[in-house]
Design a protein around this ligand. Structure first.
Ligand SMILES: [Zn+2]
Length: 305
């Protein structure tokens, strides 16, 4: 694949499809949960991504399934929502291991449920009956399953975590601790803000371009057309006389898929949801769209004995 984009700027409409064939939407216990077909086939695996509606939290005159503690919601509501979600995914009995996420590359290995939540952005285990959880509202949730070594991971990848290569490092830790071969891994890249909606500053783009050879493929032109073409601007090293554009569109899912491929995963084992959180405010939560009063989605994965 070419490292730079040389084609002239075009304003083709971007796909807003909601039909990734590898993902399914299932109604369960009054909730709607998203799952990956290839994961669902494994009898020893529990997994799901939550959606917005069906909980006890009140947001914009609606009852929603907010699964993260937030200033606008009560602790009791969130705990009730989590119980409801765990029942819907068939894991009401498992300890939920949620992290205090902080956009880092800190990865935890769990042999048992911790007494207090750990600070970090990825968790891995090869022990059964631990429900690993990641909370998102635009960032990319990634679930990994190793059918050979029966081990799993849950990863939170926003732009900082992606830049810090948290997905690559998590796979490295699975190799080290569990003997995982990347070629055996199945990966679910869940709903997140898409390349259609995720504007970032050129300083973010510059950081990606300085670290990833295929980074030009993660970016698209800014939407308004008033600014200089940011891709051309970014590819010009050093920049020319044009003023820098204000922002570019970043496809974080593509960036993370690229990391998984580079780590040795096979492309047919990577299942990317094409649902954009910002494009689907009725189905999902988006921090970019809704601000601090946004709810949190949860992606969970567990091994069954
Ligand atoms: Zn979008």
């Amino acid at each position: 694949m070419a490292a730079t984009k040389s084609s002239p700027p075009k304003r083709t409409p971007r796909s807003r499809s909601t039909t990734s064939p590898s993902w399914t939407t299932r109604a369960s216990g009054g909730l709607k949960i998203l799952q990956v077909r290839s994961f669902s086939k494994l009898p020893w695996l529990v997994h799901a991504v939550s959606t917005r509606s069906g909980g006890v939290s009140s947001l914009e005159n609606e009852k929603v399934l907010n699964l993260g503690f937030a200033d606008w919601d009560t602790r009791e509501n969130v705990q009730e929502n989590r119980r409801h979600f765990q029942s819907a995914v068939g894991a009401p009995d498992l300890p939920l291991i949620a992290l205090k996420q902080f956009h880092s590359d800190v990865i935890h290995v769990f042999d048992e449920a911790p007494s207090d939540p750990c600070r970090g952005d990825a968790s891995i285990t090869n022990r059964p009956n631990l429900l690993l959880a990641i909370q998102t509202a635009d960032c990319v949730p990634i679930l990994l399953a190793d059918p050979k070594k029966r081990s799993i991971a849950a990863i939170h990848a926003g732009w900082r975590g992606t830049l810090a290569r948290i997905a690559t490092k998590t796979i490295g830790k699975m190799q080290m601790r569990f003997g995982t071969k990347p070629a055996d891994l199945l990966a679910a890249i869940g709903p997140s803000i898409g390349g259609c909606c995720y504007e970032v500053g050129t300083e973010v783009a510059t950081q990606f371009l300085s670290q990833f050879p295929d980074a030009p493929d993660y970016f698209d032109e800014f939407r308004t057309g008033d600014e200089p073409n940011p891709i051309q601007w970014l590819n010009r090293m050093p920049p020319g006389h044009q003023p820098p554009p204000k922002g570019v569109l970043l496809d974080l899912r593509k960036a993370n898929r690229s990391q998984l491929l580079a780590a040795g995963l096979s492309s047919q084992n990577i299942f990317v949801s094409d649902l954009c959180t910002a494009c689907h405010p009725k189905l999902l939560f988006s921090y970019r769209k809704q601000g601090p009063a946004s709810g949190r989605l949860m992606s969970v994965i567990a091994l069954r004995p």
